[in-house]
Design a binder for this molecule. Structure first.
Ligand code: UDP
Ligand code: MG
Length: 316
């Protein structure tokens, strides 16, 4: 029997890109001897994305769609796709053609012929990106790989083909705060890295602003590293030792030279400095507590409002 490939496509306001994607996708799969199912996840789009999904599924029975009750984010959309995928191979890709469907035959071949469980893509260069953004992105990857146990590859896209076992492992990770770049690395398995050139999206706009990316980076760190927490305790220890030494110094100077500490400004600086450090540490702890709070509520990852799939699964 032919193997089946499940293609998961998270879509948020992709009415322009989706039809282009679908045509290209069909063209690519005509040449392949694989069964396929397309899982289109409408992440609470405000445009005609859902209508397009419905018309595509009317054209071809292998198109399954899930429409969320609101925007839950790309992570939730991917999770919904993974939970409901039935294929032997599962691929997740964007609707905007930045993850070109014509790479799929090559990716499938790598899984078939070599000893790999997953084929992931990474872009070779960051050309076409504003230099400041590249700088922050590079620094982020350097930092997180130093302080996290999970390998997070610089330039990795979410575009990835995986075998069933790996997807089952990912679905088994039911954490509410999902940071896929970390999750893919955490589950392990053998991954083949396929380099490719970055391309512009065909239509529509990117959903990422600088601020959103910044928050995403902080999330990644909090989700996959406890190092910031230890840094706060180390800071506390260092400050305590430093202030004790300063105290000894001041007492010594008073006794030996009879020189009382002069200066109001220096005292205020120290107080403000300490206040700043304390608030910073509280803030870091707060980030972790906030995650804990959200996890403990056990809210669903997504809510499906409409679908053409009987018994669509709600994992987690
Ligand atoms: N996306 C989504 N939910 C969101 C934001 C984005 O499902 O809240 C989808 C979007 O439709 C696209 C993919 O995630 O298919 C990547 O989004 P985008 O192209 O904006 O990101 P970029 O490629 O610029 O990183
Ligand atoms: Mg994109």
């Amino acid at each position: 029997m032919d193997k089946m490939v499940s293609i998961v496509v998270p879509c948020f306001n992709e009415q322009e890109a989706l039809p282009i994607f679908f045509d290209e996708f069909i063209r690519v799969f005509k040449e392949l001897e694989y069964d396929w199912e397309l899982l289109l996840v409408d992440d609470g789009s405000k445009d005609d994305t859902l209508a397009i999904m419905k018309s595509l599924s009317a054209k071809d029975k292998r198109v399954r769609y899930f429409s969320f009750s609101k925007n839950f984010g790309k992570e939730s959309a991917m999770y919904a796709g993974f939970c409901n995928a039935r294929g032997d191979y599962i691929v997740v890709m964007d609707a905007d053609m930045q993850d070109p469907p014509n790479l799929l035959p090559q990716m499938i071949e790598i899984l078939e012929t070599k000893e790999y469980d997953s084929v992931a893509t990474r872009r070779e260069t960051r050309s076409g990106e504003p230099p400041i953004r590249s700088f922050f992105a590079r620094s982020f990857y350097k930092l997180i790989n130093t302080i996290s146990d999970s390998e997070i590859v610089d330039g990795a896209r979410d575009f990835r083909l995986m075998k069933r076992d790996m997807v089952d492992a990912i679905v088994g990770m039911q954490e509410y705060n999902r940071f896929s770049k970390g999750i893919f690395g955490w589950v392990g398995f053998k991954t083949y890295w396929l380099p490719y050139q970055n391309i512009e999206r065909v239509a529509g706009k990117t959903k990422w602003s600088f601020w959103k990316l910044f928050k995403y980076a902080i999330d990644g760190i909090v989700n996959f590293s406890q190092v910031p927490l230890s840094v706060t305790s180390w800071l506390g220890i260092i400050m305590t030792i430093a202030s004790f030494l300063a105290l000894v110094f001041v007492v010594f100077r008073r006794v030996v030279f009879g020189d009382p500490v002069a200066g109001w400004a220096s005292t205020v600086c120290v107080i403000i400095f300490m206040g700043g450090i304390q608030l910073l540490c509280l803030g870091i702890m707060g980030q972790y507590i906030a995650k804990l709070y959200l996890e403990s509520k056990k809210r669903p990852h997504y809510i499906i409002r409409e679908t053409n799939v009987e018994a669509a699964k709600k994992c987690g």
